[in-house]
Design a binder for this molecule. Structure first.
Ligand code: NAD
Length: 638
């Protein structure tokens, strides 16, 4: 098989070596010949060592002769059957490499990425054939480490997964299937929680030498800080950064690593990190007992349970991944056998409280005393436990609901899942109208304040994240309808304001309590309400925090129609979904939203362009024929 490895750095050179040892012809690609030469020297040295130890079945020169190098990626990849990308962990760079690979490779060529954390779907979106893009996550050093996580992107085909698993086995590695595309997959997801834990401990002033000495006394080859230095503090910091954007803002609490990286302390590679490496490996001298190792086990078990709850991997695969990927004698699944759910739950609640981070809060199954069942694979409820935003499709209508106990308060998890649901619906041709509301009697009584007040920067970022998600909702090319019922306060009101049409029950209670709490409406409320009702009414309601009823909101023009209940709202939505031509509706909405933001001659010009685009749609012809024939149109969205 002709394999191409893109990037000849730390990982790429090792991956190329692994494929060549397994008998494949390998094209190794990098941007400069000097990087290729360096990679080849490392391969040569490594093969020589393996040969010396009698680990090779063929002379190292034969293996080496299978690897050719090139700085012309397109030329090397055009006849490849399998490509593994190992360029730096930068989303845009990876997407660009995949766009270029997609353009030159044969359609059946598998395009694999060795990304450590980035979702495969994000990279695959840059190609015209996302079904052939897969994750193939090797561990460092690739020649030594047995584990490869094979990750299914949202659109990866079953055939591509199977072939990648076979290829992984054929090159002598152990594949672990990651069924759901979550940031960090299995090993790095678990690792990230630990990194955050140790970073927060260090931030609180714990003596790092004592922690490392404690870990080593328990038989670990390196303490956590020594290990972070060894791998690179920049790598740890960038992973946490990615997690803070994709999983929870609280991964951004680790400011210590950021400061160290910014001041050039990258660990071993720069000679200085938590320790001084300028004279070789530091000698760690510390007192034992600085932390409880079972606390770290509890964190690992917690992350493992979350992964299983989400349907990311089977318990056996999580166990294998941690053992092989983190060089552990046992993984979290076997470790958990020594504990009861309640013991782990207690530990996690204490850690979460002490370090002031919800990342460590116990997963639902642990909280509810079902840890064993989940870890033993007896009870897997993918997503159910943590589905705080639900999506239901009813014909052309999608019903999106915040689903949290009682008041549907909005927290980081709600925002994250809402964002994903918006992405999922964005290109879904079968949906024309999206109804947004809450489960039960209330839309939402606003943001969960308990998770709000940490440091100002985090609060700012939490606000910005919500603002981005609501903006995305306001821009989705579908008709969005808010159903405002019960409490529609703060963030719940802002969620409704980000929709195109608002329906409300007569007695719903609508308002902005923020100023009374020392806050301002932070997810678009001050801007969107003012546009709807003008500064006078907006100021009145924001400053007095006075609530209005659905009926009053209708009089103000905030609400378009009153409805009795959800059924009536859904009937309205399905009628609308049939009546409105999807492309025309999406364009009309965009034009209206731009009105007042762009000069009117620009807005008018945009309108003409939109009309021009619509002229070529089948739906326009259908709309006019149906009108002439006095029948209901059957729009297709094209
Ligand atoms: P690295 O910086 O050592 O190597 C990356 C190489 O890619 C460099 O030689 C660079 O010149 C080359 N490159 C950059 N742009 C390129 C382009 N457009 N075309 C071809 N080559 C290009 O990085 P690394 O540590 O090998 O990491 C590579 C990937 O593997 C990253 O996604 C990383 O997250 C992942 N990974 C790293 C480790 C690790 O421990 N280092 C482990 C597992 C996965």
């Amino acid at each position: 098989m002709k394999v191409v490895v893109v990037g000849a750095g730390e990982m790429g050179h090792g991956i190329a070596e692994v494929f060549a040892i397994a008998g494949h012809n390998v094209g190794l690609v990098d941007v400069k010949q000097e990087f290729l030469d360096k990679g080849m020297t490392r391969i040569k040295d490594s093969l020589a060592k393996l040969e010396e130890k009698g680990r090779l079945k063929e002379p190292s020169t034969t293996i080496l002769s299978r690897i050719t190098t090139s700085t012309d990626m397109e030329g090397a990849a055009k006849d490849a059957e399998f490509v593994v990308e190992a360029v730096p962990e930068v989303v845009d760079l990876k997407r660009e490499v995949f766009r270029r690979l997609d353009a030159v490779t044969k359609p059946q060529t598998i395009l694999a990425t060795n990304t450590s954390n980035i979702r495969i779907t994000t990279i695959a979106e840059a190609t015209s054939h996302p079904e052939r893009v897969v994750g193939m996550h090797f561990f460092n050093p690739a020649v030594v480490m047995q584990l490869v996580e094979v990750i299914r992107g949202e659109r990866t085909s079953e055939e591509v997964i199977q072939r990648t698993v076979e290829v992984t086995k054929a090159i002598g590695k152990v594949p672990v299937l990651v069924r759901k595309d979550v940031p960090g997959f299995i090993v790095n997801r678990i690792n990230a929680a630990e990194t955050l834990f140790f970073c927060l401990l260090a931030q609180r002033g714990v003596r790092i030498e004592d922690v490392d000495a404690t870990a080593k006394a328990q038989g670990l080859p390196m303490g956590p800080y020594e290990l972070m230095d060894f791998v690179g503090l920049d790598v740890a910091y960038h992973s946490l950064e990615y997690f803070s954007k994709e999983v929870s803002v609280e991964y951004g609490q680790c400011t210590l690593l950021r400061d160290m990286v910014n001041s050039g302390k990258l660990g071993k590679k720069s000679g200085r990190g938590f320790y001084d490496w300028s004279k070789g490996r530091p000698e760690v001298r510390g007192n034992q007992g600085a932390f409880d190792l079972t606390d770290v086990l509890a964190l690992e078990i917690n992350e493992a349970v979350k992964l299983i709850e989400m349907g990311v991997a089977s318990p056996q695969d999580v166990e294998t991944a941690v053992k092989l990927g983190m060089n552990r004698p046992f993984g979290p699944i076997s470790a958990a056998k020594a504990f009861k759910s309640s013991e782990i739950a207690e530990k996690l609640s204490r850690i979460s409280q002490q370090l002031n981070s919800s990342v460590f809060q116990p997963a639902a199954s642990i909280r509810e005393g079902r840890m064993r069942e989940v870890l033993e694979g007896r009870e897997v409820r993918p997503q159910q436990a943590s589905n705080v935003v639900t999506l239901e499709r009813r014909g052309k209508v999608a019903l999106v609901k915040i689903n949290r106990p009682k008041l549907n308060l909005i927290n980081g998890e709600v925002m994250e899942q809402l964002d994903k649901v918006i992405d999922e619906l964005w290109n879904d041709q079968s949906v024309n109208v999206v109804v947004v509301t809450g489960q039960g009697d209330n839309t939402s009584a606003g943001a969960e304040l308990g998770t709000f007040f940490r440091d100002p920067f985090q609060f700012l970022e939490f606000g910005r994240r919500g603002e981005r998600t609501f903006r995305k909702l306001s821009e989705i090319p579908k008709i969005t309808v808010a159903l405002m019922k019960g409490y529609v306060l703060g963030g719940g009101f802002e969620l409704s304001l980000a929709c195109d049409i608002r329906l409300a029950t007569e007695n719903s209670q609508i308002g902005f309590p923020e100023v009374g709490l020392g806050l301002v409406p932070g997810w678009g409320g001050t801007q969107r309400l003012t546009k709807l009702v003008g500064a006078s009414r907006a100021l009145y309601h924001i400053l007095t925090t006075e609530r209005m009823s659905g009926k009053q909101a209708l009089e103000y023009g905030i609400v378009n129609r009153l409805v009795k209940d959800e059924d009536e709202a859904l009937n309205f939505a399905s009628d609308l979904a049939e009546k409105a031509a999807p492309v025309a509706a999406a364009l009309a909405k965009r034009l209206v939203n731009k009105a007042g933001e762009v000069p009117s001659d620009v807005g008018l010009e945009m309108e003409s362009f939109a009309s021009g685009v619509l002229f070529s749609t089948e739906d326009l012809k259908e709309g006019i024929s149906a009108f002439v024939q006095k029948r209901k149109p059957q729009f297709k969205g094209r």
